[in-house]
Structure formats: C-alpha cells, structure tokens
Design a protein around this ligand. Structure first.
Ligand code: ATP
Ligand code: MG
Length: 283
C-alpha cells in the first residue's frame, strides 16, 4: 500500500485529486477522513495542510506527496522530486513599494523584509551577500509595507494583482514554482512498483492534456498538400471513404499550433474537420 499525502483543502487539493482520478485512482467522496483508501488501487490518501507534506514524506509517514515546490524548498528539501505536475504555477518574489526607486539587489541592504518563507529568503540573501532583517509572518504578507511592518515583502505571486492593489512592484523573482510529486528516499521495492505504475499513468494523462485528435475529409487531389501541413505523432492515418475521390485523415495536433494548422488545412481543401479531446496518450 502506497500512502500519498495530499493537501486537505486549498489551491492544490482539487487539481491533485482530479489528476489522481484521471490516472484511475478513485477515492470515495463520502465523509472526508484524514486517511482514505483508493477503491481500485493499492493506494491510500493522507489529507494534510500543505506545510506538513514535505516533512511527512521525508520522514516516511507518507511515501509520496503532492505539494508546491515553494513549500518543499522552504521545509528543507529532504524528500526527492519525482515529477513536476504542471499546475499550481506561481513564483516567490521580492516586492517593494511602487514609489521606491529600485537600483538593484543592493537596495535591500539593511532593509526589513516580511515573509512566510524565511528559509528560502535567508539562503538567497546569503548567496547574494546581502544583510537584511527577515520578519516572519504567516498571513497577509502583502500588507506589511503599508502598515509600516517592513520595507519589502517576499511572497507568492501569480497574476500580480495582489501586488498592484497593495501598491507594490515585483523586483526579484527567486523561485519559480509549480506542484510537484515528491517521494521519500529509498522506497521499498513493492512501493516503488506502485509509484512506477502511477508515474506511467500520469505521463499518459499529462501527455494528452495539450493535445487534440483531429479528423477531416480530404479530396485525394489535395492529399499531398494536406499531409505536408500535418505534424502528427508518427504519420497520420488515412482511411478510404465511400466516394473514391475523397479520404478521411486522422491525426493528433498540439493545442499551441492548432488554429494555425486548421486554417492551413481548410485552405488546402479539407472539409468536415472534427476536433476531439484526448483522454490519455501512451507514446
Ligand atoms: P494549507 O491550509 O494547506 O496550509 P495554504 O493556505 O498554505 O494551505 P494555499 O493558498 O492553498 O496554501 O496554496 C497552496 C499552494 O498553491 C502554494 O503553496 C503554491 O504552491 C500554490 N499556488 C499557486 N498559485 C498561488 C497563489 N496565487 N497564491 C498562493 N498559492 C498559490
Ligand atoms: Mg500552508
């Protein structure tokens, strides 16, 4: 039985549970308990505050966990990162009042910086040979400068709108974060086997996330031109249609180049283009 630590509520909870469900690990939605076993897989989920996940995994109370890279780095980095999960993106940045003129890192010398991430900040200040006072607070860091508690803050930024509404500007980005799957060192063989299966499934789910399955009718006369436009995984599938002058072309397209290619396909004579989501993809 592999025990996975997951944030009990908060920003990472829903997406983590969704990803596990897509990987075929289903947890009953009955009354939420601290520990819940999956119905169809040798896995149990331990629901915790995100602050506690890195150490719970490092100490082996849970075998693996999903947590923000920011929390992992703050809590000492003893668990190992197995996979970046591509959601929960944010950064840890230093911000100062908008009216201040920032002339580089030296500006921070001798200043007071409020943060909930003292360890990451301490390390960065040391690496940059800056002496500054770290003022640890656990919430509402963004109001620290406005109330005279600090000269600068070091906090999570995602869209930047919280900074703007508090009259702050971002001046240094120190960590770029996303949710990561972490594991304790030296899992036993049986648990490693379960983790490998989960990784295989996650790979299939995540590979499919950005992809679309596209099928279209193509006049045989323009087939060559249409095929030139398609990247496909290997090569597209071509199937005959009842009308001998036409065929059906099936392929997989990346969301990023999707509209560009669809426009070219239409121009080349493709018709009846269907676009379908892909649930899983094993390369
Ligand atoms: P808990 O109650 O579990 O301690 P929390 O309040 O400490 O939760 P959340 O606000 O739920 O934490 O954020 C969890 C993680 O989500 C963060 O550590 C970070 O990795 C990520 N995250 C992504 N975007 C943001 C954002 N805009 N603000 C805060 N965290 C974000
Ligand atoms: Mg927390």
């Amino acid at each position: 039985m592999l025990r996975i630590a997951v944030q009990s509520k908060g920003r990472l909870h829903d997406e983590t549970m969704e990803l596990l469900a897509e990987a075929g690990i289903k947890i009953g939605s009955a009354k939420r308990q601290l520990l819940m076993a999956a119905k169809n897989f040798p896995v149990e989920i331990l629901f915790l505050r995100d602050d506690d996940i890195p150490n719970t995994v490092a100490d082996g109370v849970a075998d693996v966990g999903v947590v923000g890279l920011n929390e992992l780095l703050e809590r000492g980095d003893r668990a190992k990162i197995v996979k970046r999960l591509g959601f929960g993106s944010c950064r840890l940045s230093i911000a100062i009042p908008k009216a201040e003129e920032y002339d580089g890192k030296r500006w921070l010398e001798g200043k007071r910086i409020a943060t909930s991430y003292p360890e990451i900040l301490r390390k960065w200040l040391k690496e940059n040979a800056i002496r500054a006072d770290i003022h640890v607070i656990t919430g509402s860091v963004e109001i620290s400068t406005g109330i005279g508690l600090a000269d600068a803050i070091f906090d999570i930024v995602s869209s930047g709108s919280t900074l703007i509404s508090n009259n702050l500007k971002e001046v240094e980005t120190i960590v770029t974060s996303e949710a990561v799957l972490i594991a304790k060192q030296n899992l036993d063989a049986e648990k490693q086997e379960v983790l490998d299966q989960i990784l295989f499934r996650l790979e299939a789910v995540m590979t499919a996330q950005n992809k679309k399955y596209v099928l279209m009718n193509a006049p045989k006369a323009s087939l060559e031109e249409i095929l030139k436009v398609l990247p496909g995984i290997k090569s597209p599938t071509i199937l005959p249609l009842a009308d001998p002058d036409w065929c059906s072309v099936h392929t997989v397209l990346d969301e990023d180049c999707f509209w560009h290619i669809i426009t070219q396909l239409k121009a080349a004579g493709a018709q009846g283009i269907l676009v379908l989501p892909i649930e899983k993809m094993i390369l």
